[in-house]
Design a protein around this ligand. Structure first.
Ligand SMILES: C[C@@](CO)(OP(=O)(O)O)[C@H](O)COP(=O)(O)OP(=O)(O)OC[C@H]1O[C@@H](n2ccc(N)nc2=O)[C@H](O)[C@@H]1O
Ligand SMILES: Nc1ncnc2c1ncn2[C@@H]1O[C@H](COP(=O)(O)OP(=O)(O)O)[C@@H](O)[C@H]1O
Length: 300
């Protein structure tokens, strides 16, 4: 997370010439709250969570190839090309639509892998939305979301592009407009596996389901937080540090933690004091995804 990748609409450039490469945003998300309400027979957990996007994330540079091949570079450390969600999303769209076109995709990665900020799911959604535009395959957002959910539970919310309250395993979405605060997001230098958190014996799995209006009124929490703090001292330390300055929580299953502020200056001031051992960034919450602001601008 060394490079800065804050999105602003001024950075979204339409294509002027056929064949030109498009630079498309792939934003991060936060789970502003996350509660686990039960476990299904297939092992997946029923959740109630509130997703909001950040104006910060990766960029994908995409050019169309006439020969149907999908080229992706650079490789992500520890992820084979065939397992990269960008490659999987492109292949899936090609197969679904019988498109004969391919793509050259360059990934400018700033989001931490497995950090709970949804980088992989966001990359998959950006690939689906951008290639659907470039290949003129004309699937609706609902159809793209149905394809995306096969790649990960968080892909649909990125495809729909609106902050949302999610239920089920994350696929039942209700639009929601939480306040767009400023956040300090910190990533301790460890990886937390989503599957490990969900199989931990101490994970609370029976939080009663509550109506959205009640959840929005009450203090926000994350049912994964206690287990992750206990298992990963680096998360414990980083969260304890942030809590000295502002309300702070875990996002998703971690390892990232975030603190919320009313303005950029306050967020920046805390970020500048962060311990050297953690990486991170300052970003603003947005209820409309930068991917959709990009789509609006280039479709004009
Ligand atoms: C729980 C969230 C909240 O945003 O965590 P983060 O990944 O963002 O931290 C996500 O929905 C995660 O989505 P995603 O990371 O795509 O998970 P998947 O690949 O679908 O699942 C990884 C593993 O986590 C477990 N899993 C995941 C989601 C869920 N609702 N119940 C589960 O039990 C399953 O064991 C599954 O094999
Ligand atoms: N394009 C991609 N970007 C990030 N991770 C990817 C990608 N493709 C596959 N993965 C795999 O998916 C895992 C989860 O990624 P990510 O979505 O970043 O996690 P999280 O949802 O916890 O933020 C990674 O650890 C990696 O192995």
């Amino acid at each position: 997370m060394k490079k800065t990748s804050r999105f602003s609409t001024a950075l979204f450039k339409p294509t002027d010439r056929p064949g030109e490469t498009l630079r498309v945003p792939s934003p991060a998300k936060l789970n502003l709250f996350l509660y686990i309400n039960g476990k299904r027979d297939d092992g997946y957990h029923e959740l109630q969570t509130l997703f909001q996007f950040l104006d910060y994330g990766d960029w994908l540079e995409i050019g169309v190839r006439p020969d149907g091949e999908i080229h992706l570079y650079p490789e992500l450390p520890g992820v084979k090309k065939e397992d990269n969600l960008i490659y999987c999303a492109a292949k899936m769209l090609q197969q679904q639509t019988d498109s004969r076109l391919g793509a050259d995709i360059h990934l400018d990665k700033v989001l931490p892998l497995g950090g709970g900020v949804g980088g992989g799911s966001s990359n998959a959604a950006t690939t689906l939305v951008a290639l659907n535009y470039l290949w003129k395959t004309r699937l609706s957002l609902a159809e793209l979301a149905d394809l995306g959910v096969k790649l990960g539970a968080d892909v649909p919310v990125f495809v729909h592009g609106k902050a949302a309250f999610a239920e089920g395993v994350g696929e039942k979405l209700t639009d929601c407009e939480p306040p767009e605060k400023w956040f300090v997001v910190l990533k301790p230098d460890i990886a937390v596996s989503t599957a490990t958190v969900f199989t931990h014996p101490d994970l609370p799995r029976n939080t009663p389901k509550r109506p959205l209006a009640q959840l929005l009124r009450e203090e926000y929490g994350n049912d994964c937080e206690k287990v992750v703090r206990n298992c990963y001292p680096e998360v414990e330390e980083t969260l304890a540090w942030l809590l000295k300055y502002a309300p702070s929580r875990l996002t998703g299953t971690g390892a990232c933690v975030f603190a919320e502020f009313d303005d950029e200056k306050s967020a920046q001031a805390v970020f500048e004091m962060k311990p050297d051992s953690v990486s991170g960034f300052v970003a603003k919450g947005c209820n409309r995804s930068p991917l959709h602001r990009w789509l609006d601008k280039i479709s004009k």
